[in-house]
Design a protein around this ligand. Structure first.
Ligand SMILES: Nc1ncnc2c1ncn2[C@@H]1O[C@H](COP(=O)(O)OP(=O)(O)OP(=O)(O)O)[C@@H](O)[C@H]1O
Ligand SMILES: [Mg+2]
Length: 721
């Protein structure tokens, strides 16, 4: 064995080695959580290159989240000295890259936009209004889900069949074709198109398929249990006659059924490829034995599954800690106290900990308590960076500059900042566009020919469109981060934020600054540094990507985003019947099984310590509701569990306690009449100190304006005398 080979195979067990050294033909690694599937997949890429002399450009590896993809890239890079030239990324980013090259074959231009959910909803709502469909009775989001389901099944508008006596499906049969037509007019793809369109391309143009089969001789897929039909087809179409497809997965972790993932794809792999090599891994390297046992005792209650052996020699470990709180607030208090304790003891820092929950809404009570007690945390999903209004606005400007046909972007910013272009005017511009069969942007430019618009209005619209044209020219001359500065100043966006947002302005402008740093980073990493390329990256960022590798933050995220990840300490919150398993799944045996798999995913994220929590009463939809313990709790043997003594936490009113310790201590620092300094507004004088869910300060600044700030967050410094 040479030294590279040694390095690549180092620390692998026998079946893992066998998987890594697999060369040609189809192979399936079917194994439980933490058994090294992802490790095997990345090492195999290195092995193909280093040992079998495969050209890195012939390798295509796909996974689900960008986080997983970048980890993959990193791991492979460590193993091979050559620059990484294999294609490693998410299904969606692969689709986007492919379409960037081939869009013209499908009648699109290469500078297409990628629509996100809010763009899609905007478009669907507009179509529904045009077709006189009541958007109150049928929510655009329901229509969107149905269209998305169809696309995940690779059903094109012309193939969409109306289900008898199904009101929604009847509506969708009318909306879907128009939707697809308008997407084309906007030169835009939605997320589902990024998979469906490449499939269409490969089916309609065998030559193109051949070209890519020749290019990507080795296909690898992680988390194969979660591919939906479209992703399945894409993997198949990408696989050439040599059938060099290597997939890894765990049917017990299939958790995206609600988005069309089909567990049968992995179960049928051996039928799809009769000569497939199947490798099973049985040693779990991630978790202590108690954790693994708990996970297995839960999952074995699913009836439709293949039983697998999975063992760990990491030692028994601590018992699983269970705490039943009186309220969700107390549940959060327990997490906070315990996290602090572990952090103080020094064995684990906050970066080693994750709080997992079933629904995004659960994060708020946990966030509140962590914030009040100054425990640093980061939240994945929910409040995503690219979902913030100011970021979406600026990105919409950029999208329109890049692709003037992008109607969703145009509609978002035509009156942002306010330019006196109201809904009526926009409607007239749209009508003119339809009547003359031109794009909305072109219609803006030609507003002076629009008989429905008076001069006062048409000139505002023209001014807007010309400004965009001006930016388009600028884009050729300056870098994208500078372009953003120009947009901020020339459109008046920045001054509007400052005048309208008061204390929040700073945060919003900082966010835009953050976007510019992301751009500079992008420019450094990408030679071409094009606007289109940057926008593509932004569009593809999944929930998980807001997770930065900051060492000392507790991570909060939903169970769905946690797949593939591992943490030394896991808090599994909200094991209440009706919450987890979720209330929507209660009547359906197969949905309960999916919830159980989600529970299995949650438990198996833990390496050393697992806490399971629940609350008897939760505040949901504005009222306090009683919850019974989750059925999954009963499925874990008592012998593995240590019940936390209620007295420690049960009697504490978390809110009062945290008030005493932090906020009051802080608020006593502020007095009326005191002078402070704020980074943006300079020196000010405190006019009023008010206690109302935290300390509110009214401060008069030197510009003469009074602003109300929360003492806890405001970056204030006392002025020293
Ligand atoms: N042979 C081994 N020796 C030591 N550690 C290993 C070995 N194989 C895997 N590991 C480690 O075990 C952990 C789990 O591995 P990995 O993430 O690849 O598992 P997985 O099967 O992909 O899990 P999941 O099903 O959750 O995606 C990682 O920290 C990995 O580095
Ligand atoms: Mg994995």
């Amino acid at each position: 064995m040479n030294s590279t080979e040694n390095q690549i195979l180092a620390g692998l067990n026998q079946p893992q080695k066998e998987a890594v050294m697999h060369f040609k033909g189809p192979a399936l690694v079917l194994a439980g959580a933490g058994s090294g599937k992802t490790r095997v997949l990345t090492r195999r890429i290195a092995y193909l290159i280093a040992e079998y002399g495969v050209n890195p450009g012939n390798i295509l590896a796909m996974t689900f989240t960008n986080k997983a993809a970048s980890e993959m890239k990193e791991r492979v890079n460590k193993l091979i000295s050559e620059e990484m030239r294999s294609w490693v990324g998410t299904f969606h980013s692969f689709g986007a890259t492919l379409l960037r090259r081939e869009a013209e074959k499908l009648g699109f231009k290469r500078n297409f936009s990628i629509y996100d959910t809010s763009d899609q909803k905007r478009m669907i709502k507009e179509i529904m209004q045009d077709l006189n469909i009541d958007t109150k009775k049928t929510k655009p989001s329901r229509v969107l889900n149905e269209i998305s389901d169809a696309k995940n099944q690779l059903i094109r508008p012309e193939d969409y069949k109306v289900e008898k006596f199904n009101f929604l499906s009847e509506l969708v049969s009318k909306i879907y074709p128009t939707y697809q037509q308008r997407m084309k007019e906007s030169n835009a793809f939605d997320f589902d198109d990024l998979i469906m369109k490449p499939c269409q391309l490969f089916t309609e143009y065998p030559r193109i398929k051949e070209y890519y089969n020749e290019k990507y001789k080795y296909i690898l897929v992680d988390e194969y249990q979660d591919v939906n039909h479209a992703q399945y087809r894409l993997s198949q179409l990408l696989t050439g006659i040599d059938n060099n497809i290597f997939v890894v997965g765990d049917p017990d972790q299939s958790i995206y059924g609600f988005r069309g993932a089909d567990i049968n794809n992995i179960l049928n792999f051996e039928k799809d490829f009769a000569d497939a090599k199947v490798i099973r891994l049985e040693q779990n390297y991630r978790s202590k034995e108690n954790i693994l046992k708990a996970a297995q005792s839960v999952i074995k209650n699913n009836s439709s599954r293949l039983d697998k052996d999975l063992w760990s020699d990491r030692g028994e470990g601590d018992s699983i800690e269970f705490f039943e709180a009186a309220t969700d607030k107390e549940e959060a208090g327990f997490i906070m106290e315990e996290a602090k304790k572990l952090n103080r003891a020094g064995e684990y820092n906050y970066g080693d900990m994750v709080v997992l929950y079933r629904t995004n809404a659960q994060s708020r009570s946990i966030e509140d308590v962590l914030r009040r007690n100054q425990v640093p945390y980061q939240i994945v999903g929910g409040l995503k960076f690219y979902d913030r209004k100011e970021i979406k606005d600026i990105v919409a400007y950029l999208r329109l500059i890049n692709n003037p046909a992008d109607t969703a972007a145009l509609l978002r910013i035509i009156n942002e900042p306010a330019r006196g272009i109201g809904a009526k005017t926009i409607e007239r511009v749209q009508d003119y566009a339809y009547a003359n069969n031109i794009s909305l942007f072109q219609s803006c430019l030609e507003s002076d020919h629009n008989p429905e618009l008076t001069k006062a209005y048409s000139s505002r619209v023209i001014e807007f469109a010309e400004l965009i044209e001006e930016f388009q020219e600028l884009e050729n001359e300056i870098t994208i981060d500078k372009l953003v500065s120009k947009i901020l100043s020339k459109t008046g966006y920045e001054s509007e934020i400052i005048s309208k947002e008061g204390p929040k302005a700073q945060e919003r402008l900082e966010n835009i600054g953050e976007l510019q740093s992301a751009m500079r980073e992008y420019l450094q990493e990408n030679d071409d540094g094009s606007l289109a390329g940057f926008l593509e990256e932004v569009a593809l960022i999944a929930d998980i990507d807001t997770m930065e590798d900051k060492n000392n933050f507790i991570t909060l995220m939903t169970l769905h985003s946690a797949k593939g990840l591992e943490f030394p300490v896991v808090f599994l919150a909200g094991l209440d019947e009706g919450l987890f398993p979720h209330g929507n799944s209660m009547d359906d045996a197969s949905e309960i099984e999916e919830e159980r798999r989600l529970c299995y995913v949650g438990i198996t994220r833990a390496q050393d310590k697992l806490y399971i929590l629940r609350a008897k009463n939760r505040f949901r939809y504005g009222e306090s509701k009683y919850y019974a313990p989750s059925r999954f709790l009963n499925e874990i043997p008592d012998s593995l569990i240590n019940c936390e003594d209620d007295e420690d936490y049960g009697t504490i009113d978390i809110k009062d306690k945290s008030n005493n310790s932090s906020i009051n201590a802080r608020s006593s620092n502020y007095k009326e009449g005191q002078k402070i300094i704020h980074p943006s507004w300079g020196i000010g004088e405190i006019k009023q100190v008010k206690e109302d869910r935290g300390t509110k300060l009214t401060i008069r600044f030197k510009d003469g304006k009074e602003r109300e700030l929360l003492a806890e967050y405001a970056p204030l410094q006392p002025v020293r005398r």
